[in-house]
Design a protein around this ligand. Structure first.
Ligand SMILES: [Zn+2]
Length: 216
């Protein structure tokens, strides 16, 4: 589960911030071959008394596991709000259909959990694309600058027939940046905070993907 952990931790803090609960739950990963072979087996569970999330990992796509974590985190938030310990609510089989309150809790968890995962994922991809765009813009700017300097030196050399023109050192190029894109407005705060590890996560993802394609 080592490959999943940094993603799960990042998602956990994203959801915690979005949902606004102070105390995070404990998270357990469970490998279970027998459960995995059951098509209708468990994917995730939340224990409100212990404030523990358990996600089943065997045979699942990592993003599907992350989706379970986001879903169970919404249940954790409901628990902290006191919505899971109302009198008379049931967790007997069929509770999601029979108990109107619990059906509402499930609706919330599916809707908000899935949207949290989507926002977290898009935030990471957006941050990564933005960084790539900035790198491309900066490189283009450097190229233009080098071109301009060479042209200026060339013109000066042609005009002048006395003073030797100092040689331009390419390494000491102007480090002026066109990086004006990072705007840290309060509206973007969530996204920026959540994607602070984006390059690391994207790099890790790429490494894992290449490992998988070599290994299988
Ligand atoms: Zn649920």
């Amino acid at each position: 589960m080592d490959y999943l952990k940094p993603f799960a931790d990042n998602l956990m803090s994203f959801c915690q911030k979005r949902l606004g609960f102070k105390r995070p739950p404990r998270l357990f990963y469970k490998e279970d071959e027998k459960n995995a072979s059951n098509i209708l087996g468990f994917t995730g569970q939340y224990n409100p008394g212990k404030m523990e999330i358990t996600v089943f990992t065997t045979g699942r796509h990592p993003k599907d596991i992350l989706r379970s974590i986001a879903h169970e985190l919404v249940h954790h938030h409901q628990n902290i709000r006191g919505d899971l310990n109302k009198l008379g609510i049931s967790t007997d089989p069929g509770y999601a259909q029979k108990d109107p309150h619990m059906r509402k809790m499930e609706k919330q968890a599916y809707l908000i959990g899935n949207l949290l995962l989507r926002d977290w994922e898009d935030g990471i991809k957006h941050k990564h694309n933005k960084e790539v765009n900035i790198m491309i813009t900066e490189e283009k700017y450097r190229q233009q600058l080098r071109k301009k300097i060479r042209r200026t030196i060339h013109n000066l050399l042609n005009e002048s027939d006395h003073e030797p023109i100092p040689v331009y050192e390419e390494e000491e190029e102007n480090e002026a940046s066109t990086d004006q894109v990072r705007v840290n407005t309060p509206e973007q705060e969530d996204e920026i905070q959540s994607s602070i590890f984006a390059p690391r996560l994207v790099a890790l993802n790429a490494r894992l993907m290449s490992n998988w394609s070599i290994g299988k």
